[in-house]
Design a protein around this ligand. Sequence first.
Ligand code: GDP
Ligand code: MG
Length: 736
Amino acid sequence: MDTGLTVALAGNPNTGKTTLFNSLTGARQHVGNYPGVTVEEKHGMCEHNGERLRVVDLPGTYSLTAYSLEEVVARDFLVQDRPALTIDIVDASNLERNLYLALQLLELGIPIMIALNMMDVAESRGLRIDADRLAELLGVPVVPIVARSGKGRTQLIETAIEAARAGIRPRTFEISYGEDLDSALAAMEEIIIHGAFLTETYPARWTALKYLEKDAQILEKGRIAAADISGQLEAIALRTAAHISATLNTYPEALIADHRYGYIHAMMKGVVQRQATKDRMYLSDTLDAVLTNRLVGPLIMLLILLGLYKFTFTYSEVPVGWCESMFGYLGDLADRALPDGLLKSLIISGIIDGAGGVLGFVPLIMFMFFGIAILEDTGYLARVAFMLDRVFRMFGLHGSSVMAYIISGGIAGGCAVPGVMAARTLRSPRERLATLLTAPFMNCGAKLPVMALMIAAFFASHEALVMFLLTLLAWAVALLSARLLRSTVIAGASTPFVMELPPYRLPTVKGLLIHTWERTWQYIRKAGTVILAISIVVWAMMTFPQLPAQSLHTYEKLRTEELISAPAAAQELDSAEEDAELSESALQLRQALDAVDRKESEAALRNSIAGRIGTSLEGISRLAGFDWRTNIALVGGFAAKEVIVSTLGTAYSLGEIAPEETGSLPETLASSPGWNPLVAVSLLVFVMFYAPCFVTVVCIAREAGSWKWGAFSIVFNTGLAFAMSVAIYQVGKLFI
Ligand code: GDP
Ligand code: MG
């Protein structure tokens, strides 16, 4: 006998499932128990225009986590019997709470539709529900009905038959659960997919979520299926739970529920008019009325941003000074302890002035991260994304792009690598690509030391303001580029979107400190390993090949000539202990000798591999105001942008002879002839927008699925950056 397609009815208790079931199946019902358990199983047939549907009434549940027998029964039926369609009966007068189950059904990756029941009750309460908008946001059909009166019944059946026959799976449905959980989920997903762990039955991310939720049934199944993989997942879940407990003082289950409700809550803003406020969300809603207000919200957001920068620069000034003097002291120490030669040059110019220049900004980075941790842990950052969603749409992007931007350094100090990966949550390939390609324009942690250096050297009196303007510039350029890309190389329509708005939380001091330290430590570790290694390589490229013996001889001769021309002064220089004792003529001689030394080291640097590269690019880079030393730094910056600072440090250190005479790098730059505020601005703009660092390019290529896009980002970004820098420098020169 042809029993037709199976359709399951799911829903919270008391949403009218049984009423609908009776109305659909009439008298043809069978009641029994689910195999092995005493939960009632009811099924019956529904006929419509010759089409037969087998309808199964599932037990009413609030969630799909194995907390109760009903939940296990409903879930097992859905994944084992695989009905062609599940109709989720939702109480329209209680939409927010009811959609919690709908989200879980969607996460399970099964085909569903929504029956929006009790529309009469909703209307009598004055709620206006936009069913089409809800359908668009969830990506599944939504049909409003009144099960008790039979209103909407025909449309429901027809939609169900059509959906069941088409057998369309909904698009992959992923909610972001915040950085901590998302990264754990990503790691677990990789293990699950790699080991084909329960993937026959459940989507990988769903299984990962169940491990985080400590779902007893899944844990048991998992241990039987593959004990080793299950063990790895349990370890990650345990570690994540400990981390969440330490930083946010809560449990993964609670955080997951918060984000699900946050997602629904945000979705409601576009679907229900005149919604009744809910207890848990009450305080958050009151705050949001101000903080995400259309007019006041963005203003507050800008003020908070400016405040963050002010805070960072004000409080980090003193400790940054300590760091500088510490590295200065180390340099002096090395200078006195080591004999002249390559080793000394490597240690002072390569390591201390190179990697040390990057480490010197650790206190600043730390204060910045602390401020950002506050914004993130309170839940404010999610609001920023929510507010910017509207703006982002105008530029062909998506609210989820906001998070990718922020992670990449949208406020400052992120990293484009996780930022690019965060773009995975975007469902439309075009919007994802546009996000991938523009997120690297944000001010990542590696660009920060460059900014800090330029600001310290040339804009020390307006630190916070300059930082603020650079942030606005980064966003403006990223958005305009996105618009450009979305109307040319990656043109296409946008998709609907919902941003999670979890309730506000009061962050704990301990949580803030841990989050700050985690990120700061990443920065330190990178400076101490990758950047150190690159600094050494760059130092070698700036040192070899050394000057040929003949030109060394020429400089030696110049020095000797100076000494011979003033024998008395030479004698005095040789024997004097204190500078104060020197006579006028001795000082003159020393200056002359220093000048020769400077000429020699400049010639040596120019003669090195790096120097030759820098010099060969000078013809064109001059247009933007960059000399050959800056070129070396910029080429090195492709490896990692911190290298720009370390390379400038090495270049200016190699260019000088007596380390005790040199000030800090910002002071050196401020007093160097090739530098002025205009060059600094031109360089900042170039560094902000030129080719993403090597690792980011690899990530872009991987995420976009083609090397073409990695190469595109190098060429497009560098071209754009150079055009902007040239324009700034050439126009600026007219006014200076
Ligand atoms: P179940 O627990 O999901 O099976 O829900 P029931 O079918 O038992 O319905 C619960 C209550 O809601 C019953 O009193 C129904 O009469 C009532 N009900 C069901 N559908 C509607 C509807 O569309 N409008 C109204 N006003 N009441 C309904
Ligand atoms: Mg019932």
